[in-house]
Design a protein around this ligand. Structure first.
Ligand code: HEM
Length: 468
């Protein structure tokens, strides 16, 4: 990387920044899920590892959440956008040099931020736990350079229209800047009480709704038509998806605080809007699944399609849960329980992660012009991720229902802890499978760089059979 930081733009090969972001994202996925597994072990075996101040659960939980969201998810987004946006515009990334610097500053900034959380420096606001100096660094050195590079790559494109994927990338990164600046205002203006709580969840909700969800969708709008060779089923439905996300997803933040003393009209409004999120969800899932017509064999045979379509299928329970769990009738039961933790992982470790993994698998091959080193290792990774995630989601959903019942029927706390204990162990096992699968993934990608079969000019990875 060092040699490219000070190289002339013309001497930096196309795709360099995307490759660096891909491998840094995989590294953070390993680090973040490893910390997740450590935290889960502390919840499954509470007497384990209690002597360390820095490794206490309160610190490590924040470190986990930010490592996986900023390092893996957002890092994989940056990697995907940096090769997909230029490819769709039939051009090169606006600046590989800016991209390489962006990647370096991204990793330095994240490591610094996590160190502050590790040592207890936090805003105390969930999902925006970083203290304000780190927030400013993220805005100026991580998000803004990425947005400029992507936006200028679209402006300098050599194609007529803008394909659905690039709408989503540009729109989401633009909205992220607004969400990030407004969402962190409470810290600058020392807001407290209900105002701070509402702004905290407005930020968390919109990071999920206006960045993670649309960008993961953007990736699938590229991978499925690109790898299957089928045209997207409907561009109009793609536009309906985009605008209905902006309208219905940006407004119902109050549904995270249904048990709080927010005005009842605001909670009713959020609840209705929350159900209307099903409009973009149904439009999206139908559009992608109908694009697969006649190519369903690839769901079994092709690595990228297997990951992508699994992610899309997980979006179905995700949005069904999301639509109904935030209504008053259900929320009072599941709020604050493991059900919500399960739901968060369905969104992040389920839907979003499978789409990003597909984009990284495809990106590394197309940019390096090398075929994937091993199909069996990729399948091993796939099943460790899917089985691990499923164990996580099912066990935490059941634990959540036990906690909800305990809360409602005023069961003594210790009885709830004893009843949910087996599920805490299953969650730890499931999450650890995800962590171990990621290590195998890194090896397979490293071997692809070293020994992957070279692709002839103009040949796509999906046109060549897997070597092993
Ligand atoms: C893409 C991967 C992942 C992402 C983005 C992610 C993200 C998150 C988020 C956002 C939360 C807070 C949930 C909430 O309070 O609603 C959380 C909590 C947690 N995660 Fe993950 N996670 C990932 C993978 C994992 C893995 C593999 C494990 C391993 C077991 C894990 C273990 C935990 C634990 C133990 C908590 C704390 C739950 C609690 O406080 O009860 N996560 N994670």
């Amino acid at each position: 990387m060092i040699k490219y930081l000070f190289a002339k733009e013309k001497n930096i090969p196309g795709g360099t920044a995307a490759i660096f972001f891909s491998f840094s994202a995989i590294m953070w996925f390993i680090i973040g899920t490893g910390i997740g597994s450590f935290n889960a072990a502390k919840l499954a075996f509470p007497d384990w590892f209690t002597h360390s101040y820095a490794l206490q659960f309160g610190h490590m939980r924040q470190v986990h959440v930010h490592a996986v969201i900023f390092g893996w998810i957002a890092g994989a987004f940056a990697a995907s956008a940096m090769y997909v946006v230029p490819a769709l515009g039939n051009t090169k990334l606006w600046s590989e040099k800016l991209g390489v610097w962006n990647c370096l500053l991204w990793n330095v900034g994240l490591a610094l931020g996590l160190a502050t959380l590790w040592f207890g420096m936090t805003s105390g606001r969930e999902y925006s736990d970083f203290i304000w100096p780190i927030d400013i660094y993220i805005a100026l050195c991580m998000v803004l350079p990425l947005f400029i590079n992507i936006f200028m790559s679209i402006v300098t494109r050599r194609t007529q229209g803008i394909y659905t994927t690039n709408w989503f990338f540009a729109g989401s990164f633009f909205m992220l800047i607004i969400v990030f600046l407004i969402g962190n205002l409470p810290e600058f203006f020392h807001l407290t009480g209900l105002n701070e709580a509402y702004m905290t969840w407005w930020f968390a909700h919109n990071v999920l709704g206006l960045l993670i969800t649309p960008v993961a969708a953007a990736i699938t709008y590229y991978i499925v038509p690109k790898v299957t060779g089928n045209p997207l089923y409907s561009h109009r439905v793609g536009h309906l998806h985009f605008w209905s996300i902006v309208v219905f997803y940006s407004t119902p933040a109050a549904h995270h605080l249904m048990s709080s003393p927010l005005p009842e009209w605001l909670k009713s409004f959020a609840s209705v809007e929350g159900v209307l999120i099903l409009v973009p969800a149904v439009a999206y899932v139908c559009n992608i699944l109908l694009t697969m017509q006649g190519k369903w064999a690839m769901f079994v045979e092709n690595v990228e399609i297997k990951y992508t379509i699994t992610g899309v299928l997980l979006a179905i329970p995700l949005n069904m849960q999301g639509g109904f769990q935030q209504t008053r009738a259900i929320n009072w039961y599941v709020h604050g329980t493991g059900w919500i933790v399960a739901h968060a992982h369905l969104a992040l470790l389920g839907f979003s992660t499978f789409a990003e993994a597909a984009a990284v698998y495809y990106g590394v091959q197309t940019l390096l012009r090398r075929k994937l080193y091993s199909l069996s290792l990729a399948n091993f990774h796939f099943w460790m991720l899917l089985i691990g995630f499923s164990l996580y989601w099912v066990s935490m959903t059941i634990a959540g229902l036990i906690q909800g019942a305990g809360k409602i029927y005023e069961v003594p706390y210790m009885d709830i802890v004893i009843a949910e204990h087996p599920y805490m162990i299953v969650r730890w096992l499931g999450g650890t499978m995800v962590f171990l699968g990621n290590i195998v993934w890194l090896w397979n990608m490293y071997m692809t760089v070293k020994q992957g079969e070279k692709l002839a000019p103009g040949v796509q990875p999906q046109d060549v059979a897997y070597a092993r």
